[in-house]
Design a protein around this ligand. Sequence first.
Ligand code: ATP
Ligand code: MG
Length: 270
Amino acid sequence: MSPETLSHFGLNQEPFSKEIDDADLWLPPSKHAVLDELTDAVHARKSAVLTGEPGAGKTCLLRALRHALKADTFRLTYCHNVTLGRRDFYRQLCLALGVPRGATAGDVFLSVSTHVEELAKERVFPVFLVDEAHLLHQDTLDHLHILLNYAWDSRALLSLLLVGLPDLDDRLRLRRNRSLYSRLHHRVSIGSLTADDTADYVRMRVTRAGGPKDLFAPDAVAMLHEAAAGSLRDTDRIATAALRLAVRRKRKTIERELLARVLHAEGIAT
Ligand SMILES: Nc1ncnc2c1ncn2[C@@H]1O[C@H](COP(=O)(O)OP(=O)(O)OP(=O)(O)O)[C@@H](O)[C@H]1O
Ligand SMILES: [Mg+2]
C-alpha cells in the first residue's frame, strides 16, 4: 500500500497486512476457545488436529499458540513443506531441530526420536506443528503415530499438531489412519465467523494501524462479511482493494456503494 493511501486515511501502517505481530493477533472468544484447547493439549503433551477453510486463520492461531507457550519449556518446530516422502519429511524435521540427518529412513527417524528423548531429560517438550497437513504423503501419515510412542508407548514426550483444510479430518478418519487418529486427543475446527466477528476484526485491524474505528461503514462491513464468507484472507484482500478505490474517488470512509464496486470489479456477486 502506498504512503499516499496510508496518509489519506491517517494510517501509520498497512491495516490488513499479513505481517502482524504474534502479540497483536485478533482473538475473539471463539478463537480464544480454540487457542485454550490447543494450549491445554500441549501442556498435557497431547496431540491435536486443527482444521478450517482456507484463510480462516489456522496458521495465525499457531502463531498465537507460539506466543502463549513458554519458550524455555516448549520447543516449537514448524513444518511447512509436507509434500515430501517419509524420509525427506523426517530429514526436514532433523534440519529444523538441528540434529544429524542420517541417510536412511531408519536413521533420520532415530535422530528425531533420540533428540526428543534427550530434550525430555532437560524437561523441554517439543511441539511439532505440521501445517497444510492435508497434503501429507500417505507413507508419512502411516508412520507419524510411531513418532508418538516412547518407552513402549507409556510416555508422552511430544505434541504433534496437524493443521489443515477440513479434508484432513476426513482423511484421518479413514480406517487406514486410525492408529494416528486415535492418538490425536483434541480435534478442533475453526468455525465460520459471525457478522459481528467480521465487524470486530475490521475495526481492530484499522485501529491498530492508527485509523478511525468507523472507517468502514456498518452496512459496508455487512457486505464484506457476506462476500468474504468467513475467510479472513479474503476480508483482508477486499478491504485493501476498497481502501485503494476510496483514495482514487477521494472518499474518507468506505460506504456500501463503494464496496459494491470493488466486489463487482472482482466478479463477486452481491
Ligand atoms: N487471529 C488473527 N489476527 C489477525 N489477522 C488474522 C488472524 N487470523 C487470520 N488473520 C488474517 O487472515 C490471513 C489468513 O490467515 P491464515 O494464514 O492464518 O489462514 P489459514 O487458515 O492458515 O489459511 P490456509 O488454509 O490457506 O493456510 C492472515 O494473513 C491474516 O492477515
Ligand atoms: Mg495456513
